[in-house]
Design a binder for this molecule. Structure first.
Ligand SMILES: NC(=O)c1ccc[n+]([C@@H]2O[C@H](COP(=O)([O-])OP(=O)(O)OC[C@H]3O[C@@H](n4cnc5c(N)ncnc54)[C@H](O)[C@@H]3O)[C@@H](O)[C@H]2O)c1
Length: 355
């Protein structure tokens, strides 16, 4: 098997490469392709990065290729991780950073890769999209290639975060909590409280536990609560620093922490690259396991779920071929409303970005 990482010299790309080798997903006879930009020092640094990986993993290392042009990308799994990240600005009175700001820039990076895939692919490749805005990049690849083979990892990562935060509040391990986050990888997330299950808890115990920890009884109140608490934590971060901001963050409900956690991480001046790389590689491992697995991921829907036609985080059954079908999750009325709102907002953005 071959894996290609587009943007391999970026902070997320590098962690993904490292984790792939650590987990021994590729055999020494397999191939890892590191794809970068030819221009500037970052492309040249790929040669050094390859050497570092060889030093680190020695005889366990797969064959490592370097490529600089979209038409040279050849692999069974293509990870799209090239593009810019918006670093949070902590200037007073500026709005929180928006994924929309990335759209224009990252779209121009993604299009040549999607076009090359349309032209040169064998049809069996699977594309995992990390680059933000993940919905936009999923849509670009889906317009050029079989949409069932294009999977965005934003909702998968949001679901891991949600499960961890619920587990932390209820005092169990993340493995014991099953939960999903659908919708947009951004402010339009839809934490699916109605589908949360906790290993060892009866339905009644689960309902009681959830009631005590969730941010509001009604899902429709979630966006307003999120905005309120995020503004509150920004003020504390600006006034008293990150230690106090994270203390306040720890008192927030799990659905709010799911969104505010990565935001606060960026705000502190670092990135979410390690968690993102781990989530990406976990997703690949689930796909390769050979079992049909249900996950939340950004896919380009064509009315298969709640009649939505948009790229959005949806419950899908994945296999080594990509996403085969939608898993029929039933949502509460409030979650249903949030999901449709999220889809409407994504459609609007797609229109603005002329996709
Ligand atoms: N889905 C998530 O949860 C999540 C989390 C973190 C980052 N991201 C996204 O992943 C992307 C990368 O983030 P990062 O922090 O690693 O950024 P980064 O700036 O560290 O790395 C980006 C890399 O892309 C490369 N690149 C730029 N144009 C290219 C091109 N045309 N061809 C090949 N490579 C090219 C750059 O040289 C750089 O090495 C961003 O869009 C970011 O928003 C997503």
């Amino acid at each position: 098997m071959d894996i290609s990482i587009i943007g391999a010299n970026g902070s997320t790309g590098k962690h993904i490469a490292n984790r792939i080798l650590l987990e021994r997903i590729l055999l020494p006879t397999d191939r890892l392709q590191l794809v970068g930009r030819n221009k500037g020092s970052s492309g040249q640094a790929l040669y050094g990065f390859r050497q570092d990986l060889k030093d680190a993993f020695a005889e366990r290392c797969p064959i490592i290729d370097i490529a600089f042009h979209p038409e040279e990308v050849v692999a069974d799994i293509i990870i799209m991780a090239a593009g810019s990240t918006i670093q949070a600005h902590n200037a007073p009175d500026s709005p929180p950073p928006s994924r929309d700001e990335l759209a224009l820039y990252n779209q121009q990076i993604a299009i040549p890769y999607a076009e090359a895939l349309a032209k040169y692919s064998h049809g069996h490749e699977v594309v995992i999209v990390v680059t933000n805005p993940v919905e936009l990049i999923v849509e670009i690849f889906s317009q050029h290639y079989n949409r069932h083979r294009v999977v965005g990892m934003g909702a998968y990562q949001d679901s891991l975060r949600f499960r961890r935060e619920v587990a932390r509040s209820i005092n169990v391990s993340r493995e014991a909590v099953h939960a999903m986050v659908l919708g947009e990888h951004g402010d339009g997330i839809v934490p699916v409280w109605s589908g949360v299950t906790i290993q060892g808890f009866s339905d009644n115990e689960t309902r009681r536990a959830i009631r005590t920890v969730r941010s509001s009884i009604r899902s429709t109140d979630f966006p307003a609560n999120l905005s309120l608490m995020r503004n509150e934590v920004i003020k504390i971060a600006q006034k008293n620093g990150m230690a106090e901001a994270f203390q306040l963050f720890d008192t927030f409900p799990p659905d709010i922490r799911t969104m505010v956690g990565p935001f606060l991480t960026l705000f502190s001046g670092t990135k979410t690259d390690i968690a993102t790389a781990n989530a990406t590689v976990d997703l690949i491992k689930s796909m390769l396991s050979g079992k049909d697995t249900v996950i939340a991921a950004q896919v380009s829907l064509n009315k298969e779920f709640l009649d939505v036609k948009a790229p959005i985080g949806a419950p899908v059954i994945i296999s080594p071929k990509g996403w085969d079908a939608i898993y029929p999750v039933s949502l509460s009325d409030g979650e249903n409303h949030l999901f449709l709102e999220s889809a409407r907002s994504i459609q609007e953005k797609m229109h603005t970005w002329k996709v």
